[in-house]
Structures are given as C-alpha cells and as structure tokens.
Design a protein around this ligand. Structure first.
Ligand code: BV8
Ligand code: ZN
Length: 254
C-alpha cells in the first residue's frame, strides 16, 4: 500500500503521535464490533445493556453478557494491527495510544501505558464496597449468594459485582480523558483507527487534534462520522494497513 507523500512527510518530522482505536481494530482478532452484537444479546442494542439501570434491573443478564464477552476475548489474540501499534510506540519522542476498547488486546500485544477511556472488561469490582473481584465467572464460588440466583456477588459483602467499564451515562475516568485530550491537542499526527466515532466524548478527540493543527488520518473499512473532518482517510483493514504503515515509518525515519 502506498501512503501519501503528505502523510510520510509529516511522519518523518513528527515528534508526537497519538492514536485513538475502536472496536474495528479488534475485529480481525474475531472480537465482534460493538455494532455486530451477536448471540443471546442480539435483541438488545448495546446501549440497552451497557448502562447501570439495565444492570440493576437485571444483573444476571448484564453479568452474563460481560461474562460471554470476557470468554470471547480470552479465546482471541492480538492481530497484526495491535502488534504494529505496539512496535510504533518506540518510534517517536512521544506516542500515545488511546482506546475505547475494553478487550485488553493492546496490552496483550505489548502496548504500554494504554489510555483506557472506557475501562477494561478483565477487571470487575463490587458496587457496594468497591472490592476488586478477579473476573471469575464461576458463580458457584462466590459467598453471600446461592448459586441458584445465578448472580455474581462480592465475597465479603454480598454486593453486586460489575465489570470495570464505563457504561452509557457514566463519566469517563477523568484523568484518562484529560491525558487523552492533551495528547490529541499536542499531537503532530493523529490516527483514528477502527472507530465509527459515534460515542462521545471519545469521538471528539480526533476533532481536538484537527483544531490543534495535527495531521489527522482515519483508517477504517468504511467512512466514520468524522471522516469528513480528517486530512486523510485510508480505506482498509487495520490489520493490513498498520503493518504497512509501520514499514513506511521505519523507512522515512531511518
Ligand atoms: C457520558 C464500554 C456524561 C462498555 C462504551 C447524544 C449526542 C451525543 C452524545 C450523547 C447523546 N446521548 C447520550 C450521549 C452520551 C453517550 C453517547 O455518546 N451516546 C451515543 C450512543 C450517542 N456517551 C456516554 O454516555 C458517555 N458518558 O457522556 O457521560 C456524563 C456527564 C456528567 C456526569 C455523568 C455523565 C459514556 C460512553 C461510554 C460507553 N461505553 N464501552 C462496554 O464496552 O460494554 S461505548 C462502546 O461503544 C465502545 O467503547 C465504543 O466507544 C463504542 C463503539 O464504538 P466503536 O468502537 O467505534 O465500534 P463500532 O462497532 O461502533 O464501529 C466499529 C468501527 O470499526 C466501524 O467504523 C467499522 O467500519 C470499523 N471496522 C470494522 N472492521 C474493521 C474496521 N476498521 C478497520 N479495520 C477493520 N478490520
Ligand atoms: Zn463488596
């Protein structure tokens, strides 16, 4: 794949690079994107499950959805797109990886200091006492609640266990979002990879990069909601484009 001279020129001189990823970068690992909800949960829109009201109303359903997604993710592996970003992190003075994904695949690929805007599905905690709960889906081993009600509860206080992710209507972790915003603001080149840019405030980050004069690039298999604002849109699969981009960066930066 040939990349534009403009992009290669910017990358040859860039000191600070920031990348925002969405579910599209994990699609080639076999993790369904947020919009491709499958299985039992097909009849729900993600927004209907990923919120506190749904959880309190039917904890077993929502815990089951996350347990299903955790097992899906545990059976997958990072793909060449994740691997390329992990290698890219040492090629610039500053490289910031910001993700909306909760699947832990960037970390498993070797990316360090990943900014998790929406948390991480492999972590859970008790809504009453806050105790961390190892994501153990074997209901049989939790104290405080019989297996028959099928609901995972805290071993020490019996409170409901929830995934450590940001639900709709919940604030993002403030330090994470502030760090992401300043990275977008300071970036020389900003990539938006595999995201429909439908969910705020994450979707505003590429626009912050545009406002600060970064060279902004979208990598997606279809145009997102913010494609029209980007300096460049590269149409393709993240798992194919990112390794080629990595090679091009190595050749222009020596
Ligand atoms: C908040 C964690 C306020 C949970 C997630 C009206 C207008 C604007 C905003 C709102 C509104 N009404 C409500 C809001 C706010 C709301 C929001 O934005 N709603 C949307 C639906 C309109 N936002 C919130 O609620 C946020 N909080 O605003 O709080 C507040 C203020 C003060 C005090 C209290 C509260 C919280 C949002 C976080 C929700 N949690 N995830 C979980 O995962 O279970 S969001 C979840 O959905 C993801 O994390 C991600 O952010 C989003 C999905 O987006 P994508 O990752 O882009 O995935 P998607 O499937 O959409 O697209 C995949 C893309 O990949 C596609 O473009 C596809 O083409 C591409 N692709 C596919 N394959 C490939 C590929 N690209 C490259 N290669 C491939 N191979
Ligand atoms: Zn507890």
């Amino acid at each position: 794949m040939m990349f534009s001279d403009r992009l290669l020129d910017r990358l040859s001189r860039a000191r600070r690079v920031a990348v925002l990823t969405g579910a599209g970068i994990s699609a080639e690992s076999g993790v369904p994107t947020f919009r491709d909800v499958e299985g039992l949960w097909q009849r729900f829109k993600p927004e209907e499950l990923a919120n506190v009201e749904a959880f309190l109303d039917n904890p077993e359903l929502v815990q089951g959805w996350y347990s299903h997604r955790r097992s899906l993710v545990s059976e997958t592996a990072p793909n060449p797109g994740h691997d390329a970003l992990a290698r890219m992190q040492d090629m610039f003075d500053s490289f910031t990886l910001i993700t909306q994904n909760v699947d832990n695949l960037h970390q498993r690929a070797g990316s360090r200091d990943v900014i998790e805007l929406h948390g991480n599905i492999m972590r859970s905690y008790c809504i009453d006492c806050g105790a961390d709960d190892v994501a153990n889906d074997d209901v049989a081993d939790v104290a405080g609640a019989g297996v028959d009600d099928g609901i995972r509860r805290c071993r020490s206080c019996g409170g409901l266990i929830r995934p450590d992710v940001v639900w709709f209507g919940e604030m993002l972790p403030q330090d994470a979002f502030a760090e992401a915003e300043s990275a977008a603001f300071a970036s020389d080149v900003f990539f938006s990879v595999g995201t429909s840019a439908a969910v705020y405030p994450a979707a505003a980050l590429p626009l912050t990069a545009v406002e600060n004069g970064a060279y902004t690039v979208e990598i997606n298999i279809e145009e997102s909601n913010i494609a029209m604002y980007m300096d460049e849109v590269i149409s393709g699969r993240a798992g194919e484009v990112l390794p080629q981009l990595l090679d091009s960066i190595e050749s222009v930066r020596g």
